[in-house]
Ligand binder design. Structure first.
Ligand SMILES: Cc1cc2nc3c(=O)[nH]c(=O)nc-3n(C[C@H](O)[C@H](O)[C@H](O)COP(=O)(O)O)c2cc1C
Length: 391
């Protein structure tokens, strides 16, 4: 289930950093809803936040431009965490003293979930006794405070009061939500779907791959912070539009694209199902004969090519088997010089092509074998990503 964060923005100069916070949280798979105080809208526009969060931004408690429900209560109830960044001295003072006079303060008071404040203000304000008492009162209620940084402030003073780097705030929040950003800085290439090989002008050879497994891996890697490239054959499900996607048709296209992208990536997850054979001769026009014998040859072995040049980079291959699962998968691991093989018995119910679940056995090059039960493909994706991290 996707986590939901309510990002409250108050009227401080560092509100210009809030879109980065919203955008990075969204990249981590969080559903971000933004509420801005009136003062916040003087520093940054709701339109910017609406664009990066992908959700409507609320600024006015008395606006009637939404379906009937008591919105501050429903937002408060449905959010896993409320983050106020930046949090002004004024806002902290109001909440600590039970004042609820706008949409954000009302929502924060109504929320009984995790509350995180990232204060930012002038050094004089942040050391003020009233402010410190207010912070203490909120901490007593269980609220979290992210320490502000020291440095040059917008007002010209130097000292404590700067809003911390947006990534520090995002990591703090993801940590509280138990979302792992462990793929930050990693470049992951995933292949997905089926390749197709033309027979003639209108027909082709392919297989039943839906692309679900590869797309789930690309999506989960993205949510864990990776820079993802999806090399995509024929797929029957949607690819999220935030994933960088390169479309390919044949296995030779797949090979060429993967080799071209190789220098830009560190981890390769070969979840595509290449058409293993291609016709020796392709007829440009539609074949009309009553009897047809196709002569086929093997298509290029993409994973083996990659295995030869990858050096220290990580290569994960898939092994769809109908018998001798572990033996065949181990042979494939060695033959392709892979680091990890994800094997599945496609004859089992709930495994293989087109299903929303998979039953996999993961074998690493040290010979460790781990069997997993039937899991949704998104969970299998995370199990694979966890196994790569362990390497
Ligand atoms: C240019 C400018 C910058 C400001 N920066 C801050 C700030 O960084 N932190 C803060 O607590 N207040 C800051 N203020 C004051 C707040 O905007 C003011 O207290 C306002 O009432 C806050 O409203 P809100 O808490 O409802 O958003 C700033 C005001 C101005 C005019």
């Amino acid at each position: 289930m996707r986590k939901r964060v309510l990002l409250g923005i108050t009227g401080g100069i560092s509100a210009y950093k809030s879109p980065t916070i919203a955008s990075r949280l969204k990249q981590a798979g969080v559903d971000v809803h933004v509420v801005m105080t009136d003062a916040a809208t003087k520093f940054i526009t709701p339109l910017t936040l609406e664009t990066v969060s992908g959700n409507r931004v609320i600024t006015d408690m008395f606006s009637r431009e939404f379906p009937y429900e008591v919105e501050h209560i429903s937002l408060a109830k449905s959010s896993d965490l409320v983050l106020i960044a930046p949090a002004t001295a004024n806002f902290i003072g109001k909440v600590a003293n039970g004042i609820a006079d706008d949409m954000l303060s009302t929502t924060v008071m109504a929320s009984k979930g995790i509350k995180v404040y990232a204060p930012a203000m002038n050094t004089g304000m942040i050391t003020d006794d009233f402010y410190l008492k207010n912070v203490e009162a909120l901490k007593q209620q269980g609220a979290y405070f992210i320490e502000s940084d020291e440095g040059r402030l917008a007002c010209g003073d130097s000292g404590k009061g700067r809003l911390p780097d947006p990534m520090k705030i995002v990591e703090y929040v993801l940590n509280l939500l138990k979302i792992k950003p462990d793929y930050q800085g990693k470049r992951v290439l995933v292949t997905a779907g089926a390749t197709i090989e033309a027979i003639d002008g209108v027909r082709f050879l392919s297989n039943f791959s839906s692309g679900k497994m590869g797309i789930a891996i690309a999506d989960e890697a993205y949510k864990r912070g990776a820079d993802v490239t999806l090399v995509c054959g024929r797929v029957s499900v949607n690819v999220p539009d935030y994933i960088k996607r390169i479309d390919v048709v044949s296995t030779t296209d797949l090979l060429n694209t993967v080799l071209q992208e190789e220098p830009n990536n560190d981890i390769f997850i070969m979840a595509a199902a290449p058409a293993d054979y291609q016709p020796v001769n392709v007829c440009e026009n539609k074949i009309k004969s009553d009897m047809l014998t196709l002569e086929l040859k093997k298509t290029p072995d993409v994973a083996a090519h990659l295995g030869k040049i990858k050096g220290d980079k990580r290569l994960v291959v898939f092994s769809a088997e109908t018998e001798n699962l572990v033996d065949n998968a181990k042979k494939k691991l060695i033959k392709k010089n892979a680091d990890l093989v994800v094997a599945n018995d496609v004859t089992l119910d709930g495994a293989g092509f087109g299903t929303d679940t998979n039953i996999v056995t993961i074998i690493d090059k040290e010979g460790n074998i781990t069997d997993y039960p039937k899991l949704p493909k998104t969970e299998v994706a995370n199990v694979i990503l966890d196994s790569i991290i362990k390497l």
